[in-house]
Write a protein that binds this ligand. Structure first.
Ligand code: FDA
Length: 387
């Protein structure tokens, strides 16, 4: 095989960013492989034939950043809509705004508290466990925001996320529970926010629209019957950027890193709009899923292209991941962190392989974090290999 200058394993945002940089700065010939049948990694989306909605195949993806380098970079490949993320929650048959804010509090208690009054009330309720050092998530939650709000909005939702009673979960999972003593229910606090105007996949295709970049889908790096496998590339001395799971790269020889995953259940309604918002959380235990995503409501500006009387919703069910499941959220116990550190040490000893992205570094990254770390990894680690 005539190998290119660089092989990238994984066509997610990390891999695409490094590929784009390698061509732009080094004129390199880059080959990207991905085991899936599409580019974009977990940020991939497609347009649903029946409704016209853009479905985020691996869960809702909202772009937001305060990083100017990243914002400038992404704007080279896509325009963004003026979408601003807001989330609502259903509790006991009533819909409330999230994150918990003065609107939530006043609706919940049926009052017209001022910010100072609401703050005093929450402090009083949180005082129930004052002076204690909670070891489990349940007590910690009560100590942070008081029992009434904790039990209404956090307790059962968290239990569904972790499939574990919060009294059995370590307090360290939550450091703080943000409560806003005003009516601001804008979800993200970042300087820039929006959704790619013509969809995520069109954005990603433009990043690699160059004859020096080739992409091969449905190819597994560990499949030794295909030429771009680990052993063959190592033997040929070809630089590799690896964005798959770091424990898989080393055949899980030190053990498995632990993740949570999400199962999606698609539901279709013969209505124009089922929830009236893109994300509805379900705070109570009687609804088995954590939240539901109604995709058409992410892009109200596309109203004219949607099929009237049809909408598609995905319900999310959270659980621990087994090998073979999609790893979504690193569990990140102290044990996991120590295990990752040992894998990272082994990775550092691989001279011509750069490990990156959320799977390669066992981190929960938002898209802007992944792009930022990819730009830096290109400069510091990949460029020197292209010599
Ligand atoms: P990513 O996982 O996208 O790509 C890695 C690629 O490597 C995959 O395509 C995989 O198939 C491939 N691969 C793995 N092993 C391979 C092998 N052996 N051979 C070949 N290919 C292999 N971010 C944000 O900013 N806003 C948001 O709202 C959300 N929402 C969100 C929801 C959910 C449920 C999740 C799980 C994640 C988010 N994110 C997010 C995070 C976002 O998805 C994430 O930052 C990027 O997709 C990470 O890009 P990477 O390239 O690191 O990994």
């Amino acid at each position: 095989t005539q190998y290119p200058d660089l092989v990238i394993v994984g066509a997610g945002l990390f891999g695409l960013t490094v590929a784009q940089q390698a061509v732009e700065h080094a004129g390199a010939r880059v080959h990207i492989i991905d085991v899936r049948d599409h580019i974009g990694g977990n940020a991939y989306s497609y347009f649903d034939k029946e409704t016209g909605a853009e479905i985020h195949k691996y869960g809702a993806h909202l772009f937001h950043t305060s990083n100017e380098r990243v914002w400038k970079y992404v704007n080279r490949f896509t325009e963004f809509t003026n979408y601003v993320h807001r989330v609502y929650a259903t509790h006991d048959g009533v819909v409330y705004p999230l994150p918990i804010n003065l609107g939530t509090i006043n609706q919940f208690f049926g009052k017209a508290y001022t910010p100072a009054e609401a703050k005093a009330l929450i402090e009083e309720q949180a005082g129930e466990l004052a002076g204690t050092d909670p070891q489990n998530l349940n007590d910690k939650g009560i100590q942070l925001i008081g029992r009434p709000l904790y039990e209404a909005f956090i307790k059962n939702y968290t239990a569904k996320q972790w499939q574990t009673d919060p009294a059995e979960l370590p307090a360290s999972i939550i450091k703080r529970l943000p409560v806003r003593f005003n009516y601001d229910n804008r979800y993200f606090k970042d300087t820039w926010e929006g959704l790619p105007k013509d969809g995520y996949t069109a954005w990603f295709e433009r990043m690699i629209d160059d004859p020096r970049i080739t992409v091969e889908l449905g190819v597994d790096f560990f499949d030794e019957t295909q030429p771009y496998n680990r052993k063959a590339l190592q033997a040929a001395g070809v630089p590799v950027v690896y964005t798959g799971p770091i424990d898989r790269y080393f055949d899980y020889e030190l053990g498995d890193l632990k993740w949570r995953t999400v199962d999606f259940k698609e539901v279709r309604y013969a209505e124009d709009d089922h929830f009236g918002c893109p994300v509805m959380n379900f705070s109570d235990s009687d609804v088995p899923y954590t939240r539901a995503i109604e995709f058409r409501n992410f892009n109200p500006e596309r109203a004219d292209s949607y099929t009237p009387g049809r909408t598609v919703v995905w319900e999310e069910y959270s659980r621990f991941a087994e090998r073979g499941d999609e790893p979504y959220y690193p569990i990140n116990t102290d044990e996991d962190k120590a295990l990752y550190a040992r894998y990272a040490e082994k990775a550092a000893a691989e001279p011509r392989t750069v490990f990156g992205g959320r799977l390669g570094t066992y981190k929960y990254y938002d898209m802007h974090n992944v792009i930022d770390t990819a730009l830096t990894a290109y400069e510091e680690q990949v460029a020197p290999l292209l010599g």
